[in-house]
Design a protein around this ligand. Sequence first.
Ligand SMILES: *Cc1c(COP(=O)(O)O)cnc(C)c1O
Length: 367
Amino acid sequence: MSQFGPEYIRAIAPYQAGKPISEVAREFGLDEANIVKLASNENPFGVPASAQAAMAAAAAELGRYPDANGFDLKAALAARYDVPADWITLGNGSNDILEIAAHAFVQKGQGVIYSQYSFAVYALAAQGVGARGVSVPARGHGHDLDAMAAAIDADTRLLYIANPNNPTGTFIPAAEIEAFLAKVPAHVVVVLDEAYNEFLEEKDQFESTAWVRNHPNLIVSRTFSKAYGLAGLRVGFAIAQPALTDLMNRVRQPFNVNSLAQAAAIAALNDKAFLEKGAENNRAGYRQLTAAFDELGLEYVPSYGNFVLVKVGEDEGAGARVNIALLKQGVIVRPVGAYGLPQWLRISIGLPDENARFVDALKKALG
Ligand SMILES: *Cc1c(COP(=O)(O)O)cnc(C)c1O
């Protein structure tokens, strides 16, 4: 046990990321080219060509620091979401936004609320500032907003909602979020984490950014990592009124979003064709995976994201066991035992042949 650091830092269990392809190749003696990775909700089409071209052009200027205020990217986002540029905070991935919010708004010992089975980073961000993390039991596999509202007390400063949620894929309709926001007291900052917003069908879409106008305590968080295919670059953003944005700007690193990321994000934001291709592939892949689960008689949680949570057995060791059997066949998915879901695996939706490879391997793994 280390003698260094505060107790609340020593209590942190590190985030478990999806295994990189190179690591699985080494560990299992496999050829990297034959490995399928459906573990981190990455975009199966990779980086958009438009973003690659923008990065190539920006590379010549890498000797200089990035624009610390991200002028061009903020201008593009402001135009897209119809908000002033000074309502935008850029992040080194939206993960950065989630942490910046904890640093800006929460003091040691104050309360941070999130849902059971929601994104692991919320608890980590709370722990990182020595806050009192409050995990509210889920309803089904999703957020219980009534219970979350009831968990708010005088010491609560921050509340995270993932919509759609990761790793379960559940979705809260607009009307329920609006009713919830109306109940949240003014001293509590709400981070609405919409990392998968772009995958929603039109009927489920809503301009949550417009809610920011009506709610001075609301932060909407989005990312370029999933639908836009830029996970490795690390770029996300938040939209909030100036009172919140100003404080977040004070605690972020001055150059938290690098120049290639800023250039690529602008290109990707304007690449409608790439987004549409991804959404279409996602819908087809969802049907492909869930048809296989139905055929195999496996329970799954209906998902609004680019992944599906599936129950691969009844015993507590099921997820870990099936995961190893898949890895041996060169298929990487995400075990979610650390989320308290040891019987389940989270499968990112890939290209049709990647999904098929996974289904074949799953059938073998289940015997
Ligand atoms: C993937 C994800 C993020 C963060 O992704 P970044 O790459 O840091 O932008 C945030 N929230 C949820 C719910 C996610 O699944």
